[in-house]
Write a protein that binds this ligand. Structure first.
Ligand SMILES: Cc1cc2nc3c(=O)[nH]c(=O)nc-3n(C[C@H](O)[C@H](O)[C@H](O)COP(=O)(O)OP(=O)(O)OC[C@H]3O[C@@H](n4cnc5c(N)ncnc54)[C@H](O)[C@@H]3O)c2cc1C
Length: 506
């Protein structure tokens, strides 16, 4: 839909509170966005609305054994706050501490309103403002409140916090053991000396297997098909020596640049020379496992590296657990659960006391917020993303989406800086609302260009990207970093006029 052609306007309530900017979500992105907003627009009032009772998002939610990043923290961390821990691939609690410190050091924590879920956002072109419907959890129950704001910035991540992806496995009700989903890890789960089967072979599964293998009798990773897995150093020795020689901020910049260049180089190599990349990855794994047929059967996917996200295993911990006989991989299909475990299509029965369904996330666009523009519901799938950040048809609204082939924060931070640039542009031009003007000849593509199952299942509910800059969500930080902040906003952003009725009133 096109906001500019709409002549409807909703009745303007007299809400209790109005803020210049609302950021949705107090995760890694929301805290980073608040930092940029405070720095660039100190005069603007803002709040970070967070549905949970704590900040940190992903890094507070996931509690499964071994939870960690698979990106290095010099690029997953913020450019403005050096990563000081020894490990470059960090565990969940260290990342949470880093986010919490950033919020506290910059006074962002005072702006966070917890237990406040944004369920609806109604844009009114007449008043040039959003009315947010909030579900606020209090000791007495859930109350519905409203709040208005001039600009809405969704930093709500990309998946459903309330539900993971759990396929219906036949016979699961007959299983006599415990079934857990990594997103809802029971704190008291005791798996010491037990047989564990982890279903799946993505980042979560390859993290869980070595971590659980430390206490379990045996951990079996059950995969339908292999995934590309690469051993990486958990500690970056070059980074360590740079940190010894340079002051923290400069060292962070230098290491970050090194890692950005290395990661882009490696990604481009995988995309341009897939055969060579396949050989390199299988060669590396064979050197660690010393078993060519094992690598051919379980670690040689049919797709090419980076058609789906590549899984990193720090210090080859996953392969080391296999070599110790504490972990194994089975490539097969589930026929059904049976009381003692899982019967496979091959006829083999995998005995299990605990089954972990590492079957993935359920994608959710922009925190599930129901958007309307001048009374008309926004169908996200009809809209295009401009600069990976603003949507056609939805004024004064931006979203924070990270890279899929590199650390999330590289793109997220560029989005936040772009939002600040847009706010400055609006000030200078005297515009109270702006929306990207769609180009006519765009060829559409899905927003996330990954073949992974979890992306394919839900991508149709997301807006689309175009086939060229600035409508393409480029997976290339160097290009984005060179162009995003130089964008001539007047070429694409156009003001959203006040409706005639309100212009007459004011
Ligand atoms: C297990 C796991 C490991 C990962 N590892 C990596 C990695 O190594 N590298 C990498 O680049 N990426 C990784 N990711 C992706 C990761 O999610 C991002 O790196 C990053 O943490 C996203 O931060 P975010 O703030 O954008 O989103 P989130 O961390 O998801 O935070 C979003 C916040 O918004 C809140 N929220 C959502 N909807 C609403 C609403 N309607 N109202 C109010 N609040 C709302 C949520 O409660 C949450 O606190 C990983 C993801 C997972 C699940």
């Amino acid at each position: 839909m096109n906001a500019a052609t709409s002549t409807q306007s909703e009745p303007v309530d007299a809400p209790a509170e109005h803020l210049d900017v609302v950021i949705v979500g107090a995760g890694l992105s929301g805290i980073g966005a608040a930092y940029r907003l405070q720095a660039e627009h100190p005069g603007r009032s803002y709040a970070v609305l967070e549905s949970r009772a704590a900040l940190g998002g992903t890094w507070d939610l996931f509690k499964y054994p071994g939870i960690r990043s698979d990106s290095d923290m010099f690029t997953l961390g913020y450019p403005f706050k050096p990563w000081r821990d020894a490990k470059s691939i960090a565990d969940g609690p260290s990342i949470l501490r880093y986010i919490t410190e950033t919020a506290a050091e910059n006074g962002i924590d005072r702006h966070i309103r917890y237990n406040t879920k944004v369920i609806g956002a109604a844009w009114n072109s007449g008043a040039s403002r959003w009315t947010l419907t909030l579900a606020q959890t209090t000791p007495e129950g859930v109350e519905t409140r409203t709040l208005t704001c001039g600009f809405l910035y969704s930093c709500s991540g990309y998946y459903n916090y309330e539900q993971g992806h759990s396929p219906q496995f036949p016979g699961i009700e007959n299983f006599s053991g415990t079934v857990v989903h990594p997103q809802f890890w029971p704190e008291q789960l005791d798996y010491a000396g037990k047989k564990v089967v982890v279903i799946g072979s993505g980042a979560t599964a390859v993290t869980l297997v070595p971590a659980m293998a430390e206490r379990a009798e045996l951990v079996t990773m059950l995969q339908r098909s292999p995934t590309w897995i690469s051993a990486v150093p958990g500690r970056d020795k070059i980074a360590d020596s740079i940190r010894e020689k340079l002051p923290p901020k400069l060292a962070h910049r230098v290491i970050r640049t090194k890692n950005i260049l290395f990661n882009i180089g490696f990604y481009q190599y995988c995309r341009r020379r897939p055969e060579s990349a396949r050989k390199m990855l299988t060669g590396l794994t064979t050197r660690i496992l010393k078993d060519e047929s094992l690598v051919a059967e379980h670690f040689t996917p049919s797709y090419n590296p980076w058609d789906q996200r590549l899984c990193a295993v720090p210090d080859a911990d996953f392969f080391k657990a296999m070599r110790k006989g504490k972990a194994e991989v089975v490539t097969d299909h589930i026929e059904s659960f049976v009381p003692e475990g899982i019967r496979l299509k091959s006829g083999r029965v995998l005995e299990a006391d605990v089954v972990v369904t590492a079957t993935g996330l359920q994608l959710l666009a922009f925190g599930g917020i129901e958007l309307t523009v001048d009374g008309t519901p926004v169908n996200l799938a009809d809209e295009f993303v401009w600069q990976g950040t603003m949507l056609t048809g939805v004024p004064n609204f931006a979203v924070c989406i990270g890279y899929t082939n590199a650390s999330w924060t590289l793109r997220a931070d560029l989005s936040s800086r772009l939002v600040c640039k847009v706010l400055g542009f609006m000030d200078r031009q005297g515009f109270s609302a702006v929306v990207p003007r769609p180009e006519r000849t765009l060829n559409e593509r899905p927003l996330l260009d990954l073949a992974s199952g979890y992306v394919q299942r839900s991508i149709a509910a997301f807006p689309r990207q175009g086939d060229r800059h600035p409508w393409q969500v480029r997976q290339n930080y160097l290009l984005d970093a060179a162009t995003t902040m130089r964008t001539d906003l007047s070429k694409t952003l156009r003001p959203v006029p006040m409706s005639k009725t309100l212009q007459q009133v004011s």
